[in-house]
Write a protein that binds this ligand. Structure first.
Ligand code: FEO
Length: 171
């Protein structure tokens, strides 16, 4: 059984994951109307779906442990970006914040001696390591590319491999 404090904190994370899904959905929609960003667009759509999956996993966990997962209201995310670089920088910053909120949840689980929730959260801890690493690699590449259009073309082509394998690396 979840404590009230644990339940509230997990519900807060439902909001964080739902917001992440919305933010990346908006990035996808923006990228879709830019010329030549087909694979970047697909990446953002897929990332948005993954965040929804992260949210659903939390909802099921809360309800299965005797709590009640509350579907939150969402604010409208940022709709447009000055450049691909800006979008990916926001993605990295967003993931860093998500990692912080997962760490807070882990702290609460330990303080509450809720080892089942602590165990459940380890999946999110690993996922965040991967997501942050991927976002950093992408940001580094985009920084090198700068305003070079042919570099951006290659970046879009290379991101296809990430879409196919489901993440991990853009080497
Ligand atoms: Fe579910 Fe990208 O954090």
């Amino acid at each position: 059984m979840l404590s009230k404090k644990m339940q509230d904190a997990l519900n807060q994370q439902v909001l964080v994951e739902a917001e992440s899904s919305q933010v990346y959905l908006a990035m996808a929609s923006w990228a879709e109307i830019q010329p030549g960003l087909d694979n970047i667009t697909a990446f953002f759509y897929r990332h948005s779906d993954e965040e929804r999956m992260h949210m659903l996993k939390l909802i099921h966990f809360i309800n299965e442990r005797g709590g009640f997962a509350m579907v939150p209201a969402l604010a409208q995310p940022n709709l447009t970006y000055p450049s691909v670089q800006h979008a990916f920088r926001e993605l990295l910053n967003h993931e860093i914040k998500v990692s912080e909120s997962i760490n807070t949840l882990v702290d609460i689980a330990l303080a509450e001696k809720d080892y089942a929730t602590h165990n459940f959260l380890q999946w999110y801890v690993s996922e965040q390591i991967e997501e942050e690493a991927l976002a950093r690699v992408m940001n580094d590449k985009l920084e090198l590319i700068g305003d070079d259009k042919s570099g951006l073309y290659l970046f879009d082509r290379d991101i296809l491999a990430v879409n196919v394998t489901g993440g991990g690396s853009v080497e």
